[in-house]
Design a protein around this ligand. Sequence first.
Ligand code: NAD
Ligand code: TDX
Length: 353
Amino acid sequence: MNILITGGAGFIGVNLVSYMVNKYPDYKIVVLDALTYAGNLQSLKSVEGKANYTFVKGDICDRTLLDKAFNEHQINAVMHLAAESHVDRSILSAEEFLRTNVMGTYTLLEAARSAWKDAEAGTKRWVFLNVSTDEVYGTLGSTGAFTEQTPYSPNSPYSASKASADHFVRAFYETHGLPTLTTNCSNNYGPFQLPEKLIPLMILNATEGKALPVYGKGDNVRDWLYVEDHCRALDLALHKGRFGQTYNIGGENEWTNIKLVGRICELLDELRPAAGGRGYDSQITFVPDRPGHDLRYAIDATKIKDELGWHAQHSFEQGLKDTVLWYLDNLGWCEDVRSGAYAEYYDKNYIGR
Ligand code: NAD
Ligand code: TDX
């Protein structure tokens, strides 16, 4: 396969690119990324120079550039991850979310359709894998789990833009026959996640002696999945997923935010004890809630387990510890990603400070 991975310089992207480049030496992996505040080439250092890896800097809204990339690299598979991904940012302004997540996905679909049409006579599998989120389903109460039949009911501007993109992907399958499928995954964690997201933010704020801002009462529930488990699911969906289908991916690993932050504090107490024997949990600070904050997400992943044979391999206990250690060992990377455009925005707008 010659695979175009959009958003390959972001958190899930860099983990996926390194997974695919190492697993498939005979494939061509072409990363296309605009390198927004969320994309970082330093995170792709481990694959730089590998014969099956190419990086293209570019925007998924740029049709000319997309056509050139599809053509030049004879692309026959797309793993579409490029997106504005942070809910809090979408609350402050949704414009970039509409541009990238909706218009960008539409532009990419049109470019893919054109490339697919040109290649249609071929025998190879042609596939457009759309990487989406469980947040499109809206919120759950205290029981139940999202299935692929749960109606879309997005509550944040971010999830509304992802839902819109998912609908276009579906429409391109139904209307044009483009071989698409969509995966809806729960919260990922692991190396290379930007410290605007809960887990890395808590690790860094704790060690820097800053407040650990927990929204509302901290009783919102998220289902956490180690990023490599997500990458394996995407690999399976790419190769074996049925076109026109959606697949839920999740860790069956629900945590309230306050419990999770407490667990991160305990791990840090053990791995990097604070001066004077003080527990890091003393830095927990309850701050005003996120507007429209979804109460609970939980995933029923039966379909991908039964159809594609996927299951999560990483235990949360080990995965979280490895993640804390990764951040403690990679403070230079954290400094790097927190400079420039990230800092400009974050310092002005950070919700909850
Ligand atoms: P991220 O914000 O860390 O990375 C996004 C990447 O997309 C960055 O490298 C950025 O430079 C790039 N990008 C943004 N706009 C672009 C544009 N117009 N053209 C080209 N590249 C552009 O995001 P992430 O957490 O790695 O998420 C990746 C995908 O997975 C997203 O589609 C997200 O909605 C989805 N997802 C994320 C999670 C999660 O927990 N992080 C869970 C489920 C689904
Ligand atoms: O400072 C914080 N304090 C806090 O209490 C932050 C940043 C978050 N939170 C809460 C909000 C959420 O309930 O923690 C939970 C997780 O927040 P985020 O890390 O911002 O993730 P979430 O909003 O759940 O969305 C993530 O998972 C699904 C990704 O950012 C999305 O891209 C993905 O689709």
